[in-house]
Ligand binder design. Structure first.
Ligand code: NAD
Length: 321
């Protein structure tokens, strides 16, 4: 088996490779070539940790395996990342373990790639202003990947904890874009594309704050009870997701569906747009919303790509197992 340690990932993986892997696996899911198994996520009653598995199988790419890990809130005090994950890949022909891959940076990159794929396929071509809601660890990754999709001229941002806004300002500066910290009303009025990436349990943006033609990528809601935008906004938008089952159970759509404002049948897979079986955005005035819940197949796709790169560059560690 091959081991690709966490410390090697940064030098191996780039955003373009990640984008291709995520776009490909969304398309495979929509064709029925790849499917996710039910997610397990449990509070383990130790170290306040949330631990779980995301797994699946891509019959076309032959990626079989799981990402295991979760959230350990006390890690930061120990000099470690709170989110911890590892990907295990198996040989689809024999069931033998194939690779063990550090999953922390890959999770950040694949999540950023998902909103980036949604922008590529759903945002207006003339989008100029990117709105960021959230300024945590993940926000910088989302911004870097997003600006590659359109000719953005400016980034505006809002965060529940304003003292964290420096992360958005610094990332925009690194990307050569002006940054402005704004109110939520201003953010909605200015933005052509909005990414929400927070751990909020209450709606932050409502339908009245969004201008026609906006594309919103809701990326923070990945657990039952979390919520970033009002159910009224989800109901107003044309809604796309990575996987419908996850969107209505642990994603942003859970609330609008529970409130009877959105029917499961009205949620489209982003993969269908990539495959050309859904037209995607139908007018310049339409509000589109991508509910990016984060599926196990994304993790397998980027891990499989990084193993290939690591073997090709001679940095994968081979272990007789
Ligand atoms: P982080 O802890 O570094 O940042 C948390 C962010 O949420 C900060 O901007 C913080 O100010 C904001 N926040 C905290 N409490 C809030 C509240 N009550 N109301 C509004 N905002 C609040 O986390 P991160 O690594 O940046 O991840 C952000 C979110 O994205 C998390 O919820 C995480 O679970 C989720 N996530 C989703 C995926 C996916 O695939 N969809 C992948 C990775 C992370």
């Amino acid at each position: 088996m091959w081991i690709v340690p966490e410390a090697k990932i940064a030098d191996l993986m780039d955003r373009a490779t990640c984008f291709t892997a995520i776009e490909g696996v969304f398309a495979a899911m929509s064709r029925g070539d790849a499917y996710n198994f039910p997610v397990i996520r449990e509070s383990i009653g130790h170290a306040d940790a949330l631990y779980g598995f995301k797994s699946g199988f891509d019959r076309q790419g032959l990626a079989l395996g799981l990402k295991s890990g979760g959230y350990w809130p006390g890690n930061e005090a120990k000099g470690l990342t709170n989110h911890q994950s590892t990907v295990v890949l198996f040989d689809a022909d024999t069931g033998k373990v194939k690779a063990l891959v550090g999953g922390n940076l890959l999770t950040a990159l694949r999540t950023a790639a998902a909103s980036s794929v949604s922008i590529r396929h759903l945002a207006r071509e003339d989008a100029k202003v990117l709105g960021m809601v959230g300024a945590g660890h993940q926000s910088a990754f989302q911004m870097r990947a997003a600006v590659e999709q359109r000719q953005f001229e400016k980034v505006v941002g809002w965060n529940f904890h304003p003292e964290m806004l420096d992360r958005l300002a610094n990332t925009a500066q690194e990307l050569g874009l002006p940054f402005e910290a704004v109110s939520l009303d201003e953010l909605g009025a200015q933005s052509d594309v909005i990414i929400t990436i927070t751990s909020s349990f209450d709606p932050i943006l409502s339908a009245a704050q969004i201008k026609p033609g906006t594309h919103i990528a809701c990326m923070g809601t990945d657990t039952k009870g979390k919520q970033e935008v009002g159910a009224d906004l989800v109901a107003r938008a044309t809604v796309f997701t990575d996987e419908v089952a996850q969107a209505i159970s642990i994603g942003e759509c859970q609330h609008a569906v529970a409130d009877g404002l959105l029917d499961k049948a009205d949620i489209a897979e982003l993969g269908a747009v990539i495959n050309g079986t859904h037209t995607g955005r139908s007018s310049a005035e339409e509000v589109t919303l991508f509910d990016g819940t984060g599926v196990g197949l994304q993790d397998l796709a980027v891990a499989a790509a990084v193993v290939d790169l690591a073997i090709a560059k001679g940095v994968a560690i081979e272990v007789d197992f």
